[in-house]
Design a protein around this ligand. Sequence first.
Ligand SMILES: [Zn+2]
Ligand SMILES: [Zn+2]
Length: 289
Amino acid sequence: MRTRLVLIGSKGGPAIRPGGPSPTSSLLEIGGRTIVVDCGLGVTRGLTDAGVNLKVLDIVFITHLHSDHVLELGPLIHTAWTAGLATTVRIFGPPGTRDYWHGFLQAMKFDIDIRIVDEGRPDLRDLVDIIEFGEGAVWTEGGLTVSALRVDHPPVTDCFALRFDHAGASVVFSADTAYFPPLADFAAGADILVHEAMLAEGVDRLVARTGNGARLKEHLLASHSFAEEAGQIAAAAGVGRLVLHHLIPADDPSIGEADWTAATRKSWAGALTIASDGLVVELADESSA
Ligand SMILES: [Zn+2]
Ligand SMILES: [Zn+2]
């Protein structure tokens, strides 16, 4: 059974700019399941561009409730519904996910009610199962195991790295985190570690452009990891491949793949992928390995 990872949206932070990439979301196909991890702006278009039929949307995981990870969760489910979704979608998210969903339903009440009556659609409210999770074992089904680790992303306390294991294949998402050594144990031996990353030389230019300078820089430094630190985690965990994701900055024309690679190579000599929107990472079929 093949494992495929598609980096749907690759930038950190919710703002988008002309020609730039989209906020964070990923598609993980593992153990025959189609799993969406995080729902930043653009996730719906990105999934359809990756060939996913929204009608059979099944499992969604949200790492934390920052908008660059959750803004398009409601619109994704609603769009799947209008595309013909008739089976339950399970949404796994941190505490507060249920409130988000109920708020979204309230915001869209007029449209949802009218489509049920006017178009004979099933009630969207009955098609979603919200499972709020904490650290530890999250879900096991059909040989797929998902576990969560609380990471260091102040001031957010409920932010979780996720590990997906199926038949010897394993993929770990760091979520948003400052350098956090326990993540190396959590990701030990994984085939793929998807880790967030920031590049020091881009941060000053980014905060100057965004306009809320000092406070934004303080937040970035306290709650995110530099590329070199992501490399340190990958090396300590002994993963098969490191994927740098949730890039900060992601749309600075003077920073390219070579800069990310150079920074990461200070600490990581193994297989390396720098995310871009729509990039596919395949894992060899374990039965042929
Ligand atoms: Zn983020
Ligand atoms: Zn965040």
